[in-house]
Design a protein around this ligand. Structure first.
Ligand code: PNW
Length: 482
């Protein structure tokens, strides 16, 4: 990665902070009337989560909001992106189900406390923890009619309670992960897939495309309600999309160059093209045919133009090699291989604890530019960026706290972002590091740590900031114009 710096700067009103998500940090899964989510259910299936872990306790943040706010202050954060647990607010999830006042109060209090501490909240409505009842009742994300109505109702309840105080809203976190990992690969809840060794149910060739479509419509419908009833003078709303940069495996081979573009279309364009261009990418229509749902006039009118900002989650880059021959029916990537080495055997970046993540700061700059050009220069908020460290969990505490690799990752990525802002005309205005603290890393359980703060799961979830937490403030101090 190298120790990259640049003389480029970020605008004076640039907002930075940290991100987390409800199921990954809150714990207290049965407290104060919370209903189960699909992740509570998924974690109970043997073999799905490393070490048999669950979010039952996690970082215990439900009981430690004051501690978390003190931590944010100590780290110098200006903003905090967190998500709301739908099943705390509506335990059964549906529009005719009871609302849980205690659950709502918890978040109202938390937002009040953040504001009192001078920290700007960015709120994600849905970070994968669907109320389990909705999955059982009607197939959850697969059921457009029901899901869209229930999501809009839930969003309305939350806007009603918080829209006066919260000015930055994210409808969905990474619909790609919900769709592909939840309904094609089966690695995330609800774990549906065509692979019968992993699940008795699911059709990975069709369901993920339906789910992605339904999430887009639900996003558009919630945005319409927000804009019509709750926006006020300065509120804004958008969706957060993940996407890694794609570099051709052999840049001199036009097939690999094309495949790299197709990879970006299949992961990012899938969601961003309908929002910014009003249609799915041609490459997807061509490969998927009638397995890709058609846009009705009514649905696309909800979706097109529905982003006040582009929420960007970004971690790494890959090398892309075109496949020859007909695509597999369960393929979601665009008929190509996703590799970490190029034709010359060079790795895209150093190894981390996450098999899918090898850092490449230059890839971040390139993707910022790609997004900016393809979608006519949207305002971009980086809503997640960060890394795990190979073997971090096995280090003695003293060494673990000296997380130079993570600091260098941030140094490189923030410098690349400053270059994109100053030199490439990218309108990037916020950055949330993933994550404020070590937490429940989904299928990887607690063995993979993404935190700038160490969480001692054996000793009462004690939090100790790692060196990167302190350095990140210095890094932003260096780049944000005074
Ligand atoms: C994001 N992949 O997830 C999520 O928004 C976070 O909740 C998560 O903790 C973080 O990144 C780190 O993993 C991803 O397999 C999970 O490509 C997996 C992938 C990408 C993003």
């Amino acid at each position: 990665m190298g120790s990259i710096t640049t003389t480029s700067t970020l605008p004076p009103d640039f907002l930075w902070g940290f991100a987390t998500a409800s199921y990954q940090i809150e714990g207290a899964v049965t407290e104060d009337g919370r209903g189960p989510s699909i992740w509570d259910t998924f974690c109970k299936i043997p073999g799905k989560i490393a070490g048999g872990a669950t979010g039952d306790v996690a970082c215990d943040s439900y009981h430690r909001t004051a501690e978390d706010i003190a931590l944010l202050k100590e780290c110098g954060a200006q903003a905090y992106r967190f998500s709301i647990s739908w099943s705390r607010i509506i335990p059964l999830g549906g529009r005719n189900d009871p609302i849980n006042a205690d659950g709502l109060q918890h978040y109202i209090r938390f937002v009040n406390d953040l504001l009192a501490a001078g920290i700007t909240p960015l709120v994600t409505l849905f970070h994968w923890d669907l109320p389990d009842e909705l999955d059982k009742r009607y197939g959850g994300l697969l059921n457009k009619e029901e899901f869209v109505k229930d999501f809009v109702h839930y969003a309305q309840v939350v806007f009603e309670a918080l829209a006066g105080k919260v000015k930055h809203w994210i409808t969905f976190n990474e619909p790609w992960c919900s769709s592909v990992l939840g309904y094609n690969v089966g690695q995330f809840a609800p774990g549906r897939t065509s692979d019968r060794t992993k699940s008795p149910v699911g059709d990975g060739s069709r369901e993920c495309w339906v789910v992605g479509h339904n999430l887009l419509v639900a996003h558009g419908a919630a945005v319409r309600v927000y804009r019509e009833e709750f926006r006020g003078v300065d509120g804004e709303i958008g969706i957060t999309l993940n996407g890694d940069w794609a570099e051709p495996w052999d840049p001199s081979n036009p097939a690999d160059v094309e495949a790299s573009e197709r990879k970006l279309e299949f992961t990012i364009g899938w969601f961003a093209d309908p929002i910014y261009k009003g249609k799915y990418p041609d490459s997807m229509i061509q490969q998927l045919g009638d397995r890709l749902p058609q846009w009705t006039e009514e649905d696309i009118s909800l979706v097109r133009g529905s982003n006040d900002f582009y929420g960007m989650n970004h971690y790494c880059a890959n090398y892309i090699k075109a496949k020859t021959g007909a695509p597999d029916p369960d393929d979601t990537a665009g008929n190509l291989e996703i590799l970490q080495q190029n034709k010359n055997g060079e790795f895209v970046g150093p190894e981390t604890q996450s098999t899918w993540l090898r850092p490449s700061p230059i890839g971040f700059r390139k993707l910022l530019k790609w997004l900016s050009e393809r979608y006519e220069h949207p305002k971009i908020y980086v809503t997640e960026n960060g890394t795990s460290l190979k073997g971090e969990n096995d280090l003695p505490l003293e060494e673990l706290l000296q997380d130079d690799f993570r600091t260098e990752y941030f140094r490189g990525y923030v410098a690349a972002m400053a270059d994109a802002s100053a030199l490439d005309g990218v309108n990037v205005r916020a950055y949330m590091a993933w994550s404020l603290m070590d937490n429940f890393e989904w299928a990887d359980g607690y063995e993979t740590r993404f935190g700038c703060t160490y969480v001692d799961y054996e000793n009462g979830q004690k939090r100790i900031p790692k060196d990167s937490a302190k350095q990140l403030r210095q890094i932003f101090d260096q780049y944000i114009q005074k």
